[in-house]
Design a protein around this ligand. Sequence first.
Ligand code: ZN
Ligand code: ZN
Ligand code: ZN
Length: 433
Amino acid sequence: MKAEGIEGCERFLSPGKGRGVRATKHFRVGDLIFACPAYCCVLSTSERGNHCDFCFTRREGLSKCGKCKQAYYCNVECQKGDWPMHKLECSSMCSYGENWCPSETVRLVARIILKQKFQSEGTQSERLLLLKEFEAHLDKVDNEKNEMNQTDIAALHHFYSRTLDFPDNATLTELFAQVNCNGFTIEDEELSHLGSAVFPDVALMNHSCSPNVIVTYKGTVAEVRAVQEINPGEEIFNSYIDLLYPTEDRMERLESSYFFTCDCKECTTESKDKAKMEIRRKLSTPPEPEEIRKMVLYAKNVIEEFRKAKHYKTPSELLEICELSMEKMGSIFEDTNVYMLHMMYQAMGVCLYMQDWDGAMKYGEKIVEPYSVHYPPYSLNVASMYLKLGRLYLGLEKKTDGVKALKKALSIMNVVFGKDHHYIAEIKKEMDE
Ligand SMILES: [Zn+2]
Ligand SMILES: [Zn+2]
Ligand SMILES: [Zn+2]
């Protein structure tokens, strides 16, 4: 049976963009446009024990799967609900032990293959777009990406051959490419990664760097809310990427990951680029364009170096990369420059990991205001920064500052998560304590 669409919006052919979603009624800021349960999802292995493997609820005292002792659940209902998917991994994790290491994408694809076997098309996650209709862009996949896909396919065969029958290699190649272009990561209110999922109806929305909706999660359900007024007939745009960076960087990212050139208002006017690339104001002689170009190149390299270093360097070594690079970039870039902010954000993350609360707070204080300038008015990145900072203040017994920061977080979260989200109730409780 084919599902019957979604009230308030419809699938249409967007000029120059292919299919997309448009509104059929008026939406105000904060209105829920639609909710989409995950077609398939998988909890990150690093979040096991903090969140239920089935419903992603965060709480203490979850019960372990008696067999593998790796998956955790709220109760027997969640364990039973998860079993059709968990059985793909339960015995395999027992036999491989520490050598069990498929990537999150491989784990997600295994679940999709299984679900496609027993589930007919047109689930509640596919009211506008079927998973089978996902774009794969196979013709545009370069060698590096193709190699990664083949590695994933090998891992799938390696870890799942006892529990799953696979389609042929061509079908698997297409499925991995589809998931790479259309998959979502689920994050919590502080933007910590919780897991991966596919939400077909959400994936139908096209991208804009000035989106009129934001996607948040309630457990394993994606919720799409308006962050700008939307009139009937207008296209609904989501953002696929982090909007902190200047136009050139966003374009590169969209081209390499999603294979299109963005022509949104931000990309054509580049109105925020000057502030995002702010040059130090108090220099006796302003830097030559060539010097700036070199520093931008340095910044991009150090961002990439840091991303790789995260996997094998110690926290203090990582902090040193941040500090050295900020010192170097600081000779030309203002503290509000996005490349400086990028390294400050990384440094803050390392401080949080090391439980250096004062250090984290100092970075957070420098980040939060420029973030509010660079990001759109309703932004999860800005909300989560106020939230982290507010929680740090409360932990350091700076109650007044804490409440002030949490109120700022809430003013954004009320719109993007909806006033009845459990995150909001939790934050209000923290403010009263
Ligand atoms: Zn649960
Ligand atoms: Zn198990
Ligand atoms: Zn754009």
